[in-house]
Write a protein that binds this ligand. Sequence first.
Ligand SMILES: [Zn+2]
Length: 426
Amino acid sequence: MIRALSLTISTLALGMVSTNAIAQDQIIRVGNLLTDAASAPSGPATIIVRDGKIADIRRGSEPVDDPGATIIDLSTKTVMPGLIDLHVHLTGDPGGDFWKETTEPAEWGVVVGAKNALVTAKAGFTTVREAGSSQYSAFSLRRGTAEGIIPGPRIIAAGPALAIVGGHGDVSGFTEDVNDLLTSGYSCTGAVECAAKVRKASRAGSDIIKITATGGVLSQQGRGLDAQFTSEEMQSIADTAHSLGLKVMAHAHGARGIEAAARAGIDTIEHGTFADEAALKVMKANGTAMVPTLMAFKGVSERLGKGIYTPVVEEKIRMTMGKVGKAVSMAKQMGVPVAFGTDAGVFNHGRNAEELQLMVDAGLTPREAVASATTVAAKMLDMDNEIGRIAVGYSADLIALDGNPLDDVRKLEDVDWVMVRGRVID
Ligand SMILES: [Zn+2]
C-alpha cells in the first residue's frame, strides 16, 4: 500500500516535471511582419514563441515542423510589436467627484485596475507605466498581470506620487482635519524629507518615482499650474532615485517648473504643456524626454462645462486651452525626444491609441508616432533589449491588425489580437 502510494506520487511528480520542461511552442503565421518602427512591413513570416519569448522568426510562409505546437493563424494580418503607454492610471476611471476619496478604499483600485488592465491590453498596449495610483494598489495589479492571474499588460508602477504639502498630488479640497486623515504619506518639504520619501517609495516597491513638479489640472488645489517643488527638492529627489537605480517622471505644466525639473536631472516631463524654448533647451541638454499626454486634454475638454468639474478645476482646464500640442512640435524641432503616454484614467481606458493621431496632428510623422510608442518608450524604461520590437530573445509582446500603421496610425485604434509575454489576451 505504501509502495503503491509512493509510486503514484513519483509518477505524478514526474508528470508535472515533464509537462513543465517541455512547454508547448506557439507558432504564429504572420501575413505581413513589421518588426519595428524603423522598418517597412516585410511580408509573410512565422514567429515561434517559447516560454513567453520569441524563439525564432522565419521569413516566408513555409510550414514549420513542430508537432504538438499551437498554431495561431494571423496570415491575413499585419503583426507588429505591442504598444507601450508611459502614462496611465489603471486604478481609476474618469469622474469629477473628488469627494469619493473619502468613501472608496485604496483596495477598490485593484478591482477597477483589473478591469482596466484587460481593456488596455485589448487596445494593443502590452506594457504600461502606472503613473500614480491609490496608495499601493498598482503593485498588486503589477503582480497580477505578471503572474497571469489577471489578463493585462506588463506594468511598470510608480505607486503613490511625491507632492508638496497641499499641492497637486496631495489631498486638497476638504477641511484640514480630513486632508490630514487622507494623506498618502508621500508629501515632503525640503531636500532631506524628499530624499526620505523617495527611499520609502523604493522600499514599498516603486519601479519609478513619480513627482508633481507643478500644479495640476484635476486636483482641487487652487494654486495654478506653475512650479511647486523647489529646485533643491527636485535635485534631491532625482539624485536619491538615481542612486537607487530608479528613474523619475515629473508631472509638469508651467515652463519654469519644467525647466527646473530638467535641470535637476529628472528623466521625463509628463504633459509639458507650457514648455518654452528655454525649458526645451535644458531638456535637450539633459536628455530629458517629453511625454505629452494629449489625450488627457481631449478627455477633459469633452467633459468641460457639463457640471462635472468643480469651478477651481474648470478654471485650470481653460488655462491650457489653445496651448495643447504646441510644445510637442517645438520639442520635435529642437530635438527633444517625444515618448508616448496618454494619462488614461483621465479619459476612458482603451482609447489610448487615439493619442497617435493627436501626435501626428502636432507634427510627428506616423513613423515617429509609432516609434514613440514602441522603441522610444522601451528605451525610456531601459527595456529596449526586451520590448518595443520583434526580435529573437525579446518578450512575445505582439499585436495584429489590418493595414499598415506607418501609413495611417489610426489603424492602431482597431487592434484584432494581442499577446503579452506569450499569453494571448481574450
Ligand atoms: Zn497622470
